[in-house]
Ligand binder design. Structure first.
Ligand SMILES: *[C@@H]1O[C@H](CO)[C@@H](O)[C@H](O)[C@H]1NC(C)=O
Ligand SMILES: *[C@@H]1O[C@H](CO)[C@@H](O)[C@H](O)[C@H]1NC(C)=O
Length: 405
């Protein structure tokens, strides 16, 4: 079964490159002036002021944090919202669908001070005080665990210091949700720094994930777990293998976009109902954004083992944890409130798995969207974000309650 999955991915990629009539795959594919703009330029193009800040983690990674400061038309700040992107992705995700739709623009329009960190290793955070990401493989020796307990607290503390606030609200997609769960489990003092977490398509347990790439990851995870340093590689780099091989294999740049979009969506899932023609090229121009092979494999471990600690293989697990299998994260320390948003069409974050996560938490609620077509990426790129998602965030922050539609 799992080899069939691998074969299908190869097949999709092969068809995308080998087919004569690539244009027909996506109809007349449009080019957008927004498609390649990095965060600051994209925000400016869309009519917003944006800033870039840098924060250095305890282990030397230099992370980029973007900010949409309070707009001039606002009398006061309603508080800080931090948007945390998902696996292989970047802070650009909260701008991509454009004004009136993208998460960060909607929160900014509602007078929130919006901050957008980027995890180590992604397009905006390939930087370190001593390691060179292009030469030192040690740079790539990390997974979501380091992003959770080193990157996220550095970002939270920096933002609270800069804004002189005592708490922030956290809106996160996918792995961004997992990061705060792990952080609050390991360093419970962070519960007090978060007013509420909004988990868009939250990932923790992946027992029911039917998502092709996670299944692939889980096949290769056991074989690669023991081979430590070999995992210190960059994967899914922006402007890297995916986009370059697209140009190489498919010829011209304009043809590379449809190719890339097929590859990206084979990786991340695609719903033609939500990701509109004008937004699709912008998504393709901004994804993927890179991570380490170790983190890629890490998510295969989580599918195999549950929402658990790093799997070093039996011998080192016994030495480290006292058990052959890594233990589950102890979520009893997560006391901050969560609002989860899920969909029955989400192949990554299955509603059954979200409910399992909820059973381990003290304060959480779940809105399963009535729109049964919503997929994993629609939570960040979909045209209906301002109809289904941002009203929940805004309503909860203003009144402490929300209506699930
Ligand atoms: C890396 O960080 C240093 C110090 O903040 C900065 O001067 C430099 O421009 C950064 N390099 C890249 C490639 O972002
Ligand atoms: C979620 O899991 C259930 C139970 O295994 C399954 O029937 C359903 O198809 C899954 N949903 C998606 C979108 O993968």
């Amino acid at each position: 079964m799992k080899f069939l999955v691998a074969a299908i991915v190869l097949c999709i990629v092969h068809t995308a490159c080998g087919g004569n009539d690539i244009e027909s795959v996506f109809g007349d594919f449009k080019v957008s002036p927004r498609q390649d703009l990095p965060f600051l330029e994209l925000a400016n193009y869309d009519g917003y002021t944006a800033e870039q800040h840098f924060v250095t983690t305890k282990d030397g990674y230099i992370l980029s944090l973007f900010r949409l400061p309070i707009q001039k038309s606002c009398e006061t700040s309603k508080g800080v919202i931090m948007f945390m992107h998902g696996l292989y992705l970047s802070g650009d995700d909260c701008l991509i669908p454009g004004p009136g739709k993208a998460h960060c623009y909607v929160y900014s329009d509602n007078c929130y001070d919006v901050w957008v960190p980027n995890v180590r290793g992604n397009f905006y955070s390939r930087n370190h005080t001593t390691l060179n990401p292009d030469r030192d493989s040690k740079f790539w020796d990390f997974s979501v665990d380091e992003q959770a307990v080193l990157d996220l607290p550095a970002a939270i503390d920096y933002v609270l210091l800069e804004t002189k606030e005592s708490q922030l609200s956290y809106v996160a997609h996918s792995q961004g949700v997992s990061m705060l769960l792990i952080l609050c489990a390991k360093k419970p003092e962070y519960n007090d720094k978060i007013k509420v977490g909004f988990g868009l398509s939250p990932t923790a347990w992946l027992d029911h994930s039917r998502f092709i790439v996670i299944q692939l990851q889980s096949i290769i995870a056991p074989g690669l777990t023991l081979t430590g340093p070999l995992l210190n590689l960059e994967v899914l780099k922006r402007g890297g293998l995916v986009q370059n091989s697209a140009e190489l294999l498919c010829g011209t740049t304009s043809l590379a976009y449809p190719f890339c979009s097929i590859l990206v969506f084979a990786v991340l899932g695609y719903n033609k109902f939500q990701i509109t023609d004008d937004v699709l090229p912008v998504v393709v121009g901004h994804t993927p954004s890179g991570t380490s092979l170790k983190n890629f494999i890490r998510w295969g471990q989580i599918q195999n083992n549950g929402f658990s600690e790093y799997d070093y293989g039996v011998l080192r697990n016994v030495a480290t944890y006292g058990t052959a299998k890594p233990p589950l994260y102890d979520l009893s320390g997560v006391t901050m409130p969560w609002v989860f948003l899920g969909s029955e069409n989400d192949y990554v974050a299955n509603v059954t798995d979200i409910k399992l996560l909820q059973s381990k938490l003290q304060k959480s609620s779940l809105c399963v969207l009535s729109d049964k077509t919503f997929g994993h990426l629609d939570f960040i790129y979909g045209k209906d974000i301002p109809n289904y998602l941002t009203p929940i965030v805004l309503s909860y922050l203003e009144t402490g309650s929300y209506t699930c539609t």
